[in-house]
Structures are given as C-alpha cells and as structure tokens.
Design a protein around this ligand. Structure first.
Ligand SMILES: [Zn+2]
Ligand SMILES: [Zn+2]
Ligand SMILES: [Zn+2]
Ligand SMILES: [Zn+2]
Length: 139
C-alpha cells in the first residue's frame, strides 16, 4: 500500500512534487530550482534523471524493464552500471549485483561508491581529492 499523501520517493518531501517520466513515481519538482553552488547541492529530479538506469533506459527507448535490460548493461562500464542501479537516486535498487571496488589511479584511494570519484576516463577513475583533480586539469 502506498501512502495516500504523495511524497518524494527519494527524500520524503511532500511539498512541490511531480512524476518522473521514466517510472511514474512522485519526486520533488526541483529540476529548475537547482542553483550551482547553492546550499542545496542536489536536486532529486535531476539526480534521478541523470544518474539512474531507470531514466537512461527510458530515454534510450529500450524495451522491457531496466532491471533486466541487456542493452543498459552493454552501454556502461560495470562500475557505472552498478552505481546507476544501486545509488540513492533510485526508487528501486537492483539487488544481487557484484560489488565493485573503484580505485583512484592517482593516489590509490579505494571505494565502492561512484560518488567518491568525480572524474573518469575510459578506463581510469580519479577521486575527489584536490590533488587528484589537479592531475586531470594538467592534462
Ligand atoms: Zn525529493
Ligand atoms: Zn525513473
Ligand atoms: Zn535499457
Ligand atoms: Zn585520488
């Protein structure tokens, strides 16, 4: 049973809501209120829109469910695939995925959250540390 009063499936807000085009779930209608460097660093709508397979699958017009879509799996590196399927911007997280450990090629820092790596090339990840971000700038 879903609660009668609609609430954002990600943060629980009941204020200004809209429905996601991909999965038809309630979400904060905050995409256009997002301000760079504002105290609110993220927008529920934007996060779901940009960082989930749910949204990607919908935009690419794949068939079936994203949860068992082979095309989605093919389109991403495993690290990204796992992150897009299990991060907190999902209403429904995919279970039974392999755990991936991502390693910063610059300093060796390891984590299994993509959130800790703000930059990646086709086969390398760079963590959020200033010194590692600097390395990228100097290329
Ligand atoms: Zn929200
Ligand atoms: Zn969705
Ligand atoms: Zn797909
Ligand atoms: Zn690093």
């Amino acid at each position: 049973m879903k609660p009668k009063r609609p609430a954002c499936g990600l943060c629980g807000e009941t204020g200004n809501l809209t429905k996601t085009p991909c999965c038809n779930d309630w979400i904060c209608d905050d995409a256009d209120k997002y301000v760079l460097f504002s105290y609110k660093t993220s927008s529920c709508y934007r996060n779901h829109d940009r960082y989930t397979l749910c949204s990607y699958h919908h935009k690419e017009d794949h068939s079936g469910k994203w949860q068992d879509c082979a095309e989605c799996k093919n389109d991403f590196q495993l690290e990204n695939y796992v992150d897009f399927a299990t991060n907190d911007f999902n209403f429904e997280k995919l279970a039974n995925l392999p755990k991936v450990t991502i390693k910063c090629v610059n300093c060796g820092f390891e984590s299994n959250s993509m959130q800790d790596f703000s930059f990646q090339t086709s086969n390398s990840f760079y963590c959020n540390k200033k010194k590692c971000q600097k390395t990228i700038m100097s290329y």
